[in-house]
Design a binder for this molecule. Structure first.
Ligand code: ADE
Ligand code: ZN
Length: 336
């Protein structure tokens, strides 16, 4: 398969962070529009400040979000970047995207959490109306924050279920922050009928994956370290839990790969685990959906059958309603 073929295929992005997926030009514009006293302190140019020096730890990588989050404190900025992300994805034939963000990080300009969610939904819904893409939103609690805060996000997700919010997630640093701290939030999300995906085993901590399964995760964010816990790997395979692999980001952050061909996603594919391929952070990882899928195809010399398997896993794993999932699967079968 060549890159042009991958570019043409209907694709999916089930794991992308709104605050990590701004266009570089939009970063500059929002930065220039910010009053000088509201700009976060940086050493050099803003263009460089949002690009982590990779490889690095997850904690170091997350420092770049200090800048982008500071730029996203108005409804206009939130709506704009949500729309632009959908536009960029649609441009490369992404037919379905789930955009995640932590609403409580966007209250510094005086917005309330509901207004933050509504601004992002305004952007995704405008994109859905104008472009050949469907978009769902996943709300994130932050692992390092007090559990009451993630519980608030879970309730918020419940209020916006059926209005574009499809899921709940926990993001942020992993080391030292077990998911079990947020068991109440997770239960609240489940009781509200919101789908659950959890970041686990991204930059460390294979034990977090079993923890995520115990807490009812329907999908695992990254799960790079899964092979280090054979019992959890068996559980994931037997239950058919989809993994949200983000190849470039994983290479930059995981600390266990020299090149992409070291990524354990090929092992997971061969084991029959549903593997999806996603961007994570277009801005910080300087990537796109076409790049991510193409890099995996190149690294492992994948053929059309394996690419079809990955895309069908994405359609099936999406948090869209069943008829939409079926239609998405049909689109893939028609293309491949
Ligand atoms: N927030 C943005 N990117 C993230 C990642 N890769 N892991 C956890 N939280 C994040
Ligand atoms: Zn992530």
């Amino acid at each position: 398969m060549d890159r042009a073929t991958i570019a043409r295929l209907p694709k999916f992005d089930l794991h992308c962070h709104l605050d990590g997926s701004l266009r570089p030009g939009t970063v500059r514009e929002l930065w220039d529009a910010l009053p000088a006293q509201e700009r976060p302190a940086i050493a050099g140019s803003v263009d460089k400040a949002v690009l982590p020096r990779v490889p690095c730890s997850l904690e170091q990588f997350l420092e770049a979000f200090r800048i982008t989050v500071a730029l996203l404190q108005t409804p206009e900025a939130l709506e704009r970047v949500a729309y632009e992300l959908c536009e960029d994805a649609a441009q490369e034939n992404v037919v379905y995207i789930e955009i995640r963000f932590a609403p409580l990080l966007h209250l510094r300009g005086g917005l309330i959490p509901d207004e933050v969610v509504e601004a992002v939904l305004a952007g995704t819904q405008q994109a859905e109306a104008e472009l050949p893409i469907r978009a769902g939103v996943i709300l994130c609690g932050m692992r390092q924050e007090p559990p009451e805060r993630s519980a608030e996000v879970a309730l918020l997700a419940g209020r916006y279920r059926d209005r574009g919010v499809v899921g709940f997630d926990l993001a942020g640093p992993e080391e030292g922050f077990p998911l079990s701290r947020h068991a109440v939030a997770i239960r609240l999300a489940q009781e509200a009928g919101v789908h659950l995906t959890l970041h686990a085993g991204e930059g460390c901590c294979p034990e977090h994956i079993a923890e995520a399964l115990d807490l009812g995760a329907e999908r695992i964010g990254h799960g790079v370290y899964l092979y280090q816990d054979p019992a959890a790997e068996r559980r994931v395979r037997e239950a058919g839990i989809p993994l949200e692999a983000c190849p470039t980001s994983n290479l930059q952050i995981s600390g266990i790969m020299r090149t992409l061909s070291d990524h354990p996603l090929k092992r997971y594919l061969d084991l029959g685990i549903p593997v999806t391929v996603n961007t994570d952070n277009r801005l910080m990882s300087r990537t796109s959906s076409t790049d991510e899928l193409w890099r995996v195809v190149e690294a492992f010399n994948l053929g059309p059958d394996e690419v079809r398997t990955i895309l069908l896993s994405s359609a099936k794993a999406s948090f869209a309603p069943e008829p939409v999932r079926r239609e998405l699967a049909h689109q893939i079968r028609a293309a491949l």
